[in-house]
Ligand binder design. Structure first.
Ligand SMILES: C[S@@+](CC[C@H](N)C(=O)[O-])C[C@H]1O[C@@H](n2cnc3c(N)ncnc32)[C@H](O)[C@@H]1O
Length: 292
């Protein structure tokens, strides 16, 4: 029996290639091509687009991306057991699937995406998902090489990605970095029963679209300020920012933030101000001065 794309059902592919899911690799596979089709369409239309997929595994999402018309899929997979299954998909879609046998944390896909539009679509391994996302948000050059990212995370991580000060418990470093450079939305949830094996928690598909002109700020400075601020999130910023500067009070005043503000109350623009002021302070080697 074959699936509607003409390739064998994923369950058979996994059995034939001995691809038993490994927990250490964050392997929770999707076998339902209707669901992977829905994820691919969330990133569409894909005609003329190069898609970078991290962790194709047996290829359920890869197949959907190709069936939905992606010009090319660059699929980065660190489990060599998946390579024969992916080779079958590559043969079915000649010239359109480029499999990279690598750790996505250590591989820069820019060298393979060319000059046309590129998009990231992935059911991410849960253990490295946020590290990959922060890597894609990082860097001094913006807009980035991708024009959209459609990514599956655990629901709890998805909520942190889209959080702002109004959703205090979830708001943190990840929400500031994502909110600064992208517009991020949760598109839909996916129940544990959709995966093999089922994870303990619900997952969510998130879409991130890069802002054309995020507030000017150095990414590394924003990362440093949010790390200090949310590292001790229950403390007032005048205390937690002392990890960065002895002039924390003056830094807050210069950013026109309250003496008693806590990290979870400060919007993205407030953190951008703090990061820029901290940078200016360090470059000048002077104390931060509060506005008159
Ligand atoms: C959640 S599974 C998703 C598999 C497939 N895309 C699907 O939806 O059924 C995550 C995949 O990422 C792969 N993976 C884990 N860590 C990786 C890494 N650092 N670099 C590349 N792939 C990785 C795993 O081997 C696995 O195939």
């Amino acid at each position: 029996m074959t699936a509607s794309d003409g390739l064998p059902p994923l369950r058979d592919v996994v059995a034939r290639h001995g691809l038993e899911p490994k927990k250490a690799l964050g392997q929770n596979f999707l076998y339902d091509l209707n669901l992977t089709g829905r994820i691919a369409r969330a990133a569409g239309p894909l005609e003329g687009v190069t898609v970078v997929e991290v962790g194709p595994g047996p290829g359920g999402l890869t197949r959907a991306l190709l069936a939905e018309g992606a010009a090319r899929v660059v699929a980065i997979e660190r489990d060599p057991r998946a390579l024969p299954a992916l080779a079958e998909i590559a043969a079915h879609y000649p010239g359109r699937l480029h499999v990279v046998d690598a750790d996505a944390l250590a591989f820069d896909p820019r060298q393979l995406v060319g000059s046309g539009p590129a998009r990231i679509v992935a059911n991410l391994p849960y253990n490295v998902g946020t590290a990959l996302l922060t890597g894609w948000l990082d860097g001094e050059v913006w807009p980035p090489w991708w024009d959209q990212a459609v990514l599956m995370f655990q629901r709890e991580v998805a909520e942190r990605i889209v959080a702002g000060p109004e959703t205090r418990a979830d708001y943190g470093r990840l929400g500031v970095l994502c909110g600064w450079r992208t517009e991020a939305d949760i598109l839909f949830d996916v129940s544990p029963s959709a995966f093999v094996p089922p994870p303990k928690v619900t997952s969510s598909v998130v879409r991130l679209v890069p802002r054309a002109q995020p507030l000017p700020c150095r990414a590394k400075a924003l990362e440093a300020v949010t790390r200090a601020a949310f590292g001790q999130r229950r403390k007032m910023l005048r205390q937690s920012l002392k990890a960065l500067t002895p002039d924390a009070g003056a830094l807050l005043a210069a950013a026109r933030l309250s003496e008693t503000a806590r990290a979870e109350e400060v919007p993205v623009a407030g953190f951008v101000d703090l990061a820029n002021l901290w940078d200016a302070h360090r470059n000048a080697g002077t104390a931060v001065t509060a506005p008159a």
